[in-house]
Design a protein around this ligand. Structure first.
Ligand SMILES: Cc1cc2nc3c(=O)[nH]c(=O)nc-3n(C[C@H](O)[C@H](O)[C@H](O)COP(=O)(O)OP(=O)(O)OC[C@H]3O[C@@H](n4cnc5c(N)ncnc54)[C@H](O)[C@@H]3O)c2cc1C
Length: 548
């Protein structure tokens, strides 16, 4: 394709992604100096459209950023009133008392929120301060300067045809240049992946680890609704097949978030994370809660789980990785929003100082130092061994040893040092022949649903005429390698049913229904041949989550 001419606009800071990290950075920059020029670009059709979180929010991030958030009307209204943790068997449950848990696991003082709505509110605050926010503008490419620094992004390219060439009504988009570019794309961001590889930011770190999180919103019988109640479970149905567990959060308006996370380092390629989630809802405790209610929304998103030892170097010339672009989730707490906000604040402060000193396009080392030695580092360091313990020794030993390690880390030491994660999640997948296929009960259409029906509740959409954003490096691998060796697990690990193996007269054929994609990024992470690249599609495409 011929070189495309684009107009360029100049900013002080260009921010990719209007999640809690990106919006916090924008707000903090404007707090520091109302004249700083800040733009935020978001691929969702509106701010919040692609936000999927539990979410129990630790308010330490928003407290630091907007201390008077209550007076300003933030949609953070449901304090946690009850905090339960159960170990499930197929029909029974065992309550784990709260007292042996280290204090950091306590949810009292936290809030059950719709992070989508929190982000919508943060965007309003940012716009009132003069931040330019452009939803529906996907950043598809990085722009590099003469010295190899990141100097901007390409955003708003629309209307390519299926072959990737300009189609009818093609718009080339614009270049947005900044003294600094913040990548706050969330987990497995496409531009972040490019930057991490180009500048070798993962050197000397453990591989990043992930889970896939699926979530439904239910409206339940008001008699069963207990606003402020938080429940987590482990055990059934995953058992020893994979790490993970569930969350059930009672928010406002008789609504409940029901979610399930499966760690993506599972070995058995027959495992079907989506069906594990559906099966979970048939546990008597969950079925009783949901009976008579209705599911009103569905979504899925990967979650970073590598923590402290997997966080890459956060800065390279002209660019910084914020929030889950760098993986700032505290895994045992299943919380990353507070760190995303704190990272946005820290990056903004570092950029502000640099710009005042008339610097640009260099490394914001002050941001890196703040993250590693400030509240984010402290939060992540204490829990750094929980995930590797679970991967190495399984659920029960890691519960006991992880608990001990979190306690001793709270006191300032660890018997275990810093454990490594070992293989990445794609490499963890073993040959199908080593494992038995798993029989899953058919969804009943009341408590459990087939994947495509549920995906319609994510309200996702992609223009069919544009190029498939799920790109195979080698189109033969699914049939020639993944099918015989791994029973092509893409058919199961994708929570949106994007990938299918279809039997034709000529044999099996791999089909990619990219229109269904909910932007969870699981395929980019888990494909055992690392043959799938998730490329950012045009702006406005993807899910349209209401109040996830
Ligand atoms: C199932 C699940 C449950 C969770 N539960 C909790 C919880 O209860 N509490 C908690 O604190 N955390 C929870 N988390 C973790 C939390 O969601 C993340 O830590 C948090 O979202 C990170 O914020 P972020 O701003 O870095 O990224 P995100 O929130 O993912 O925001 C990134 C934004 O960038 C946009 N974007 C990405 N790429 C581009 C691009 N190229 N161009 C333009 N826009 C782009 C996306 O559309 C998105 O809006 C959960 C995660 C999952 C998956």
């Amino acid at each position: 394709m011929a070189e495309i001419e684009r107009e360029a606009m100049e900013y002080d800071v260009v921010i990719v992604g209007a999640g809690p990290a990106g919006l916090s950075a924008a707000i903090r920059l404007k707090q520091l100096d109302a004249d700083v020029n800040v733009v935020v670009l978001e691929k969702g059709s509106e701010v919040g459209a692609h936000i999927l979180s539990g979410a129990v929010l630790d308010p330490c991030g928003i407290d630091a950023l907007i201390p008077d958030w209550k007076e300003k009307g933030a949609p953070i209204n449901t304090p946690v009133t009850e905090d339960n943790f159960y170990m499930l068997g197929e029909a029974g449950k065992l309550r784990i008392p709260n007292f042996p848990m280290p204090p950091l696991m306590n949810n009292h003082g936290n809030y059950i929120v719709s992070m989508g709505n929190v982000c919508r509110w943060m965007a309003e605050q940012a716009e009132e301060m003069g931040v330019e926010i452009f939803p529906g503008m996907a950043c598809s490419e990085l722009v590099y300067g003469e010295n190899g620094e990141v100097k901007g992004v390409v955003a708003g390219e629309f209307g390519k045809d299926a072959e990737g060439n300009p189609g009818p009504g093609y718009e080339p988009g614009m270049e947005l240049h900044g003294k600094y570019v913040f990548l706050s794309e969330g987990v497995r961001g496409s531009l972040s992946k490019e930057v991490i590889a180009k500048y070798d930011l993962g050197a000397g770190k453990e591989p990043q680890k992930y889970g896939v999180g699926m979530k439904e919103i239910w409206e339940i019988d008001p008699a069963k609704h207990k606003q402020g109640t938080v429940t987590h479970t482990m055990g059934w149905p995953l058992g020893g097949n994979a790490g993970g567990g569930s969350f059930i959060y009672h928010l406002e308006n008789n609504q409940v978030y029901v979610g399930f996370v499966v760690h993506l380092n599972y070995k058995n390629p027959h495992l079907f994370p989506y069906m594990e989630f559906q099966r979970f809802k048939h546990h008597p405790m969950v079925a009783e809660l949901l009976k008579g209610g209705k599911r009103v929304a569905y979504g899925a998103r990967a979650i970073t789980e590598g923590g402290w030892q997997s966080m890459p170097k956060l800065v390279a010339p002209g660019v910084a990785l914020l929030g889950c672009s760098a993986g700032m989730v505290n895994v045992p707490r299943i919380k990353g929003n507070h760190n995303a906000m704190l990272s946005g604040k820290a990056a903004a402060e570092a950029a502000f100082d640099a710009i005042k000193a008339e610097r640009s396009g260099d490394e914001l080392t002050a941001y890196e130092a703040d993250v590693r030695s400030g509240p984010i580092g402290k939060d992540l360091k204490k829990v750094r061994n929980v995930k590797p313990m679970w991967s190495k020794w399984g659920m029960l030993p890691s519960l006991a040893l992880g608990g001990l390690d979190m306690w001793t880390n709270t006191l300032g030491f660890s018997f275990f040092g810093t454990l490594g994660h070992g293989k990445n999640d794609a490499e963890s997948t073993e040959d199908a022949s080593k494992h038995k296929p798993i029989e899953y009960p058919k969804p009943d259409g009341t408590l459990s649903f087939d994947r495509l029906t549920n995906v319609s509740f994510a309200m996702t959409n992609h223009e069919e005429s544009q190029p498939c954003h799920l790109q195979l490096s080698d189109p033969d691998i699914p049939v020639k390698v993944n099918l015989p060796k791994f029973a092509e697990p893409a058919q199961r690990y994708c929570p949106a049913g994007v990938y299918e193996m279809v039997e034709d007269d000529d044999g099996p054929r791999f089909v990619i229904n990219f229109q269904n994609c909910v932007h969870c990024k699981t395929c980019d992470i888990k494909d055992p041949s690392q043959n799938i690249t998730w490329k950012t599609p045009q702006g406005g495409d993807g899910p349209n989550y209401p109040n996830m």
